[in-house]
Design a protein around this ligand. Structure first.
Ligand code: HEC
Length: 144
């Protein structure tokens, strides 16, 4: 075997070792990611609570019976839009035939007046990640 042939062979071997090493590292990273997922989910939940307080809390309570500028959001998931007794609603929302779940909430919160023209709720949450965090929070609290 000439010197240059030996060098080529050594390079091939070290490339193989490097590939094996990368595959092992990747597997380790994926395993760690699996462990980290629940942590990420609860971080999103905490984020959702903070965002709800900042963006929604002035007008919406999660306590049944406490209507502010907007209706209380207790029991929201599965609820017919515009159905809280004693809350002030636009005719547009009352007649919208929406039932609230994660999908209808996502569409409404993206752009309320686009989803329900004539609604008196004018503020939306255009940021998808923030919207998802708020919806997750609502699904996991008294809004069920
Ligand atoms: C400035 C006050 C205000 C803010 C802030 C606000 N809302 Fe509203 N919201 C309202 C009003 C008023 C209505 C009633 C709309 C209508 O009747 O057309 C409403 C209606 C709703 C409804 C429909 C409830 C039902 O009983 O059908 C949902 C869901 C909702 N808001 C969620 C949110 C979320 C989530 C946030 C925060 C991202 C938020 N709102 C921020 C005022 C507000």
């Amino acid at each position: 075997m000439s010197h240059s042939q030996a060098t080529t062979r050594n390079r091939a071997i070290s490339a193989g070792v490097a590939t094996a090493f990368l595959a092992t590292s990747l597997a380790a990273l994926l395993a760690a990611g699996g462990l980290l997922l629940p942590v990420a989910a609860s971080a999103q939940q905490a984020d959702g609570e903070r965002l709800f307080r900042q963006r929604c809390g002035a007008c919406h309570s999660l306590e049944p019976g406490q209507n502010r500028a907007g209706p209380h959001l207790s029991g929201l998931i599965g609820r017919q839009a515009g159905s809280v007794e004693g809350a002030r609603y636009s005719a547009a929302l009352r007649e919208s035939a929406i039932v609230w779940d994660s999908g209808t909430l996502d569409a409404f919160l993206t752009a309320p007046r686009q989803r329900v023209p004539g609604t008196s709720m004018t503020v939306g949450v255009p940021n998808a990640a923030q919207r998802a965090a708020i919806i997750l929070y609502l699904e996991g609290t008294g809004a069920l």
